[in-house]
Design a protein around this ligand. Structure first.
Ligand SMILES: *[C@@H]1O[C@H](CO)[C@@H](O)[C@H](O)[C@H]1NC(C)=O
Ligand SMILES: *[C@@H]1O[C@H](CO)[C@@H](O)[C@H](O)[C@H]1NC(C)=O
Length: 218
């Protein structure tokens, strides 16, 4: 009797191990052709950016969401969204840190406050550029046909705003020169650097999209 239950126990153990193993295999490996095609498209497009690994990582999180990424424009749109989300998160973090530093009258307060203003501007500019890129919908046909001054106007606005957002984030990074700094400053720098790099990637992907219209510019 005892032997039998040990045997059953062993079998139960083996069976559940097998189940756990097979479920983890199915959780990792079933990649639909659509999914891997999209992944390949993202990886190829990200090679044109300055921070390809970060680019792939940030865009891949949108695979499987209800966002469509099928062409250079949608890619730029998603990259801008990723950049804006990071900027929003970083702004909230900087607000919290600035309030804490102010309360204890810390000497880092001014630096963090300046940074907060710059990232706040980046948030604004990135939101504007996402809206502006959406205004291109339906204008691309006209543009490709030769007319469509509107198209170039919107393209140049997006370019201006994303560049400005990048400048703002970068000047915040520049406020933390060198390697040796407090843990707090290093953390702030890391988060802001992330915003700057994502914005740089978004700008590169946007320029890639816009380049096919530059040739047709009147
Ligand atoms: C798509 O996802 C966004 C959030 O990522 C959500 O706000 C929106 O309602 C979703 N749309 C559909 C049709 O599911
Ligand atoms: C952020 O920007 C908005 C408008 O763009 C402004 O009203 C607000 O005061 C700014 N906040 C900070 C902390 O700079």
């Amino acid at each position: 009797m005892a032997k039998l239950s040990i045997c059953m126990l062993l079998m139960t153990f083996l069976f559940s191990t097998l189940c756990i193993f097979s479920s983890s295999v199915t959780a990792t490996f079933p990649r639909s052709p659509r999914r891997s095609r999209l992944q390949a498209y993202i990886e190829a497009s990200c090679q044109t950016t300055l921070y390809p690994a970060l680019c792939v990582h940030s865009l891949s999180t949108y695979i499987g969401s209800n966002t469509t990424i099928q062409n250079p424009k949608q890619l730029a749109q998603v990259a801008l969204k990723a950049s804006l989300n990071r900027a929003l998160y970083t702004r909230a973090y900087l607000k919290k840190v600035a309030n804490e530093l102010k309360a204890i009258k810390a000497k880092e307060y001014q630096t963090v406050k300046d940074c907060l203003e710059q990232i706040n501007d980046s948030v604004d500019q990135l939101s504007q550029s996402i809206k502006e890129l959406r205004r291109l919908d339906g204008k691309e046909q006209q543009g490709a046909g030769g007319g469509g001054d509107d198209l170039f106007w919107h393209i140049s606005n997006v370019e201006t705003w994303v560049s400005a957002a990048l400048t703002d984030a970068s000047s915040c990074v520049d406020e933390f020169p060198g390697q040796r700094m407090s843990k707090l400053k290093a953390t702030v720098k890391g988060k802001v650097l992330n915003v700057a790099q994502l914005t740089s990637n978004a700008l590169a992907l946007f320029r890639r999209f816009a380049s096919r219209y530059q040739a047709k510019k009147p």
